[in-house]
Every structure is written in structure tokens, then in C-alpha cells.
Design a binder for this molecule. Sequence first.
Ligand code: HEC
Length: 623
Amino acid sequence: MPSRLPLALLLALLPAGSAVAAQSPPAPDAQANSASARGETLYLQRCAACHDHPHDRIPPRLLLGLRSPNAVVQALTHGSMRPMAAGLSADDLAALATFLTGRAPGEEPVPSANHCAKPGAPVTVGAGDWPVIGQDIGGSRFQSDPGLAAADLPRLSLKWAFAYPGGASGPVQVAGGRVFLASGNGQVHALDARSGCGYWTFDTGRTVRAVAVAALAAERGANDRAGVFFGDDQGVVTALDATSGALLWKTQVETHPLARITAPPAVAGGRVFVPVSGMEDPLTHDPGYACCTHRGSVVALDAQSGKVLWKSYTVEEEPKPLPKTDKEGVQHFGPAGGSIFTPLGIDTRRGVVYAATAEAYGPENPPGTYSVIAFDAKTGAHRWERQFMPAQKDRARICHEAGESDCRNLFSMSTQVMVHTLPDGRDILYAGSKWGWIYALDPDAGGEVLWQRKVGEGGDLGGIMYGPSADTHALYVPVADTIVLPPKRAGGLAALDLATGKVRWRLESEPALCSWQPGAPARCENVNACDCSSAKAAATTAIPGAVFAGGWDGHVRAYAAGDGRLLWDVDTALPHAAVNGIEARGGQVGGYPVVVSHGAIYITSGASAMGRPGNALLVYGIE
Ligand code: HEC
């Protein structure tokens, strides 16, 4: 490791100091002006320690530079990089953005408002909509009523495109003839599903990734008024009226300075369940940092009032000062960790909310980390929890085999917990890990493992990310495995029998076809040196007869559900004129699923902190 500024200093709100790291990477463009030179100095002081040494979720500098300058400023002022930019002035931030992207924040094209001519009808959630990230609250990502057939897929054409202002942030949800989404500049938008015109825009002033649309009232009735619910990077949950965009309520659910909400809330029975994660993980390696005090949690709110009904931590024990200080005399704390980065699964039959949790911070692996936890939906009590960690004696070998630089993160649970009903009426849960295992659990036996199967190598940005989908035949599991050495291939797709986990078919990823990098190698062996990989690091989506999978090469492909035959392939990284007057151009398709609703296919491309950024919402249909 090169010499670097202790990261704890960054958090101590120090103003930009005088020390400059010895290393001096070349400026991105030959005409570095003075803002850019200032930006470089700040970058070396504040950012290079992480972004010049990317691992896990830290994106390489190459990819930061492909963002819009405003998106960089947004991340530093309102987003996840807020703590890293503490004490910097607006000029400093502009200088950093100019250095990284080669453009000043003011130089970006401004999208038009694109207002709809008439006010829209009141929004309620109905059949064929896709109101929540998992399609249903159990997270099947199966659209049983897609409005088109698998046989129609080869005839799809682009209907309209929207350019997310400030870059794509998260997926769309579709309800009541409208499309809801959050954009990189901190806005939430409601668009017309047919034409893409805009009904309303709400400025959050925060970074929001994904929204959920659901009825506000617990009971269905004549007035099933829908709300739009979302969390942000500062631990606040907001509810808007889906029809008008008016603010209904705002509730701070976590005050830890490194807390944030990355996944959308789940809404059921008039309650909003919020998964809370944190940004403490990149600091755990820093000897000067008082590691660690952040714990993941689930917070339940009343959907109409926003009142907190309960809050329950993943790691139940409160962090306390640890007996030992490190050699720099810093007091450490624990237990900590167990962030929830993925959406929650809701089990209405049992009154349970399921969460998949990530790594522990610190030397111990306390209960609640690397786990699936069943929270009682009424009280928040842990009904049961199950940790997915190999025995201590095997860990080092497993991490070495996976090529994992940081052994802790490898065992994080990394998918939404899916609640599924088998054809014989039994319920079953599915959850996956970054190590590449998919587990089937019995919800009535404390999460006992019914079967488990390893479908990926696992590793940095590897294994199973975000989650599978399931129809009545199979579980379609995307495999990320972004960085693998030949002869292994990046990622792929596995169709498993729902009841037994037997492999029905398994596809290797196609050679990567990144239009931004012609002649790219078929495999990305080092994501820090190239950003072209065919890893499938997005949740899959199923419709009767077909399954959609997004690729890190910017392609979305649809395969026959029965045998994995390729049915459709679209390159989302090509430019398109967008309805809001600027160019829509995608990047990596990662994280979020393709959304299918009322005969249209909605693809969000370039929404990921880790991959090649983009700003495209592309909507395909027939005729
Ligand atoms: C302690 C490590 C660390 C430091 C220091 C750091 N970053 Fe980051 N950065 C990260 C991680 C981790 C992520 C991925 C965040 C996520 O998971 O959303 C990230 C993401 C980003 C993103 C994308 C954010 C988004 O919301 O999509 C930008 C832009 C960024 N960093 C810029 C910077 C700049 C500029 C600096 C210096 C002022 C900096 N970072 C300092 C660790 C760091």
C-alpha cells in the first residue's frame, strides 16, 4: 500500500490540508486547467487511498471519471461520499469533479421538463403492474401477466427513452399507468407509462436509489390511494402521494453518521418496512478509525403517518468499547455490521419480514451478520436467524481459492430473501451469497437448509448479486463472478429445480460485447484495468416462458425458460434521443431487474455505484 492519509482524519471534518501523497497518477486529460490541478491535489489527499486501490464495492477511478460531473458533486454533497468530502468548499467539489470527469459541473446538458399535457388519473396499484422491486412482496420477480408472450420478444422495438437527470440511480416501478424512478440528481419522477411525459418531479436533496409504490391504507377499499416510498443516503424515509407527488411525511430512521438506505422499502398491511445499511465497511481497514459502531436494522413505519412502530437491529447486542486499543491508541468498538443492502422479503402468511445481512465489522462474527433473519412483522423481534459462515478453519483456504482480497465480505448474504410457494403448496425461502451459494430454507423450521447449491466461484463483486427470479418451474439464478482467471468464465445463469435445487440448465456467460470498448477481451480479468465483463450482476426477471438477465457488458438478454436458448439481446449502451431532450446512454446493467408490465419492457442501464455509469431508461414494446 502506498502512504496515505489516515481515513479517520477525513471523518474528523478536517479542512483540506497541505499534505499531498507522494504518488502522482497522470492527469486524465492533457489540458489540465487550474481547477483540475486543484482537484488532483484533493483527490490524492482524500480519495486515492480507496479509489486507486479498488476492491469490494469501491469503484475504480476509471469509472468515477465516466460519471457526469454533477453526479460526482451529488455523491460528495448528499450521497454516500459525504463523509469523505467533509469540510470541502463548493469550489473544491467542483475542482474534484472537473479533475475526475474532465468536465466542469456547469458544462452538462440540461434535460427539459417534458410535462404531460393533462393531469393523470389517480394512481392505484393493479394487476399487471410492477409496483415493487421484487414484483410482489415475496420477491419472485415473476410477471405472470406481462401483456406479451415469450414468442413476441424477437419483435420488440424501442418505444421511448428517458435520460435520468444526473445519471441512473435505480430501477423503475410501474403502477396506475405511471413509471416512478429516482435519478442521480436526487429527484423522484413520475412519468407516463405510454409516452414518458412527466407528471411530477420531487426534489429530495438526497441520494435516492429505489422507490416502492403501494396503497397507503392497510385494508383495500374504495380509496386505495397509492404512495411512493423511499429511503435515502442520510437515513431518512419519505412518502409522497403517487398521484400528485405531494409530500406526505418524512421520518429519520437512523442517525448514525455512516447510515444509509440503499434498497427500497417493502410495504404490506399498511406498514412500511425499511432495510438500513451503512458505509462503515471501507473504514474497517483503517488503523486510525474507531471501528466500529454501525449495525444494520429493519424499521417498521405506519404507511399513513410515518410513525415508527418498531426498530430492530440485525446485531442485537449494542456496540461497546473493546478491551484492547490499537497501537495508535484508538479505542475500538463492537459488535457491529450486519448491514441490509438488499430488499426485504415479506411473508404475509407467517407475519414475518426476512432480511439478508452482510459482513461483520471487526474481528468477531456476531449473530446477525452473514445471516438470514426472520423479524416478527408486528414487534420486530427476531423469530429466528441463521448464519451462513463456513467453519473458522476453512475460511482462509476458501478466501484464497475465491481470489478474495477481503475475507470478510465474501460470506455476505447478497440477495433479497425470496418467499415462494411450491406447486404442492409448501412455502420455501431462497437466499444467495457472494460466495456463490444459493440456499433453500424452511420458513417453518427456523430457516433449516432444505438444499444448497454452489453456482458461482464467488469473490470480489462475485457470487450471486441481488437475486434470482422464480416461475412455477425453476429458480433463475444470475451469477456475477466479475473477476475470474481463464479458463473460468465470468458469471452466467443457472436454472434450478425449485424443490430440489437440481440444475435444469446452466449457461456460461457470453463473451462480453461492450460497445464502449470495441475489441475488448472476452473476459475481464481485472475490473480495475477494464470495465468490460459479461458478468450477470443484476437480478433476473421471469415471465411465462422467458427469463431476462442484465449483463455488465451493457446487454440485456432474454432466454427460453425451458432450456436457456437465447431469445432476445439488446445493447443498452448505444445512444438514444430521450423524451426529456438529452441523450440517453446506458452502461453496465447491474443490480436491478428488468421490469415487465402491460406489454412493455423497462430497462435501467448504468445504475450502479460499482460499474460503468449511464443514464438510460429504455422502454421496449411490440408495435
Ligand atoms: C474509505 C474509502 C473511500 C474514500 C476515502 C472515498 N471513497 Fe468514494 N467510494 C467508496 C465506496 C466503498 C464506494 C461505493 C459506495 C456504494 O457502495 O454505493 C464509493 C463510491 C464513490 C462514488 C460513486 C457514488 C455513488 O453514489 O454512486 C463517487 C463519485 C466517489 N466514490 C467519489 C469519491 C471521491 C471524489 C472521494 C474523495 C473526496 C472519495 N470517493 C473517497 C469508498 C471511498
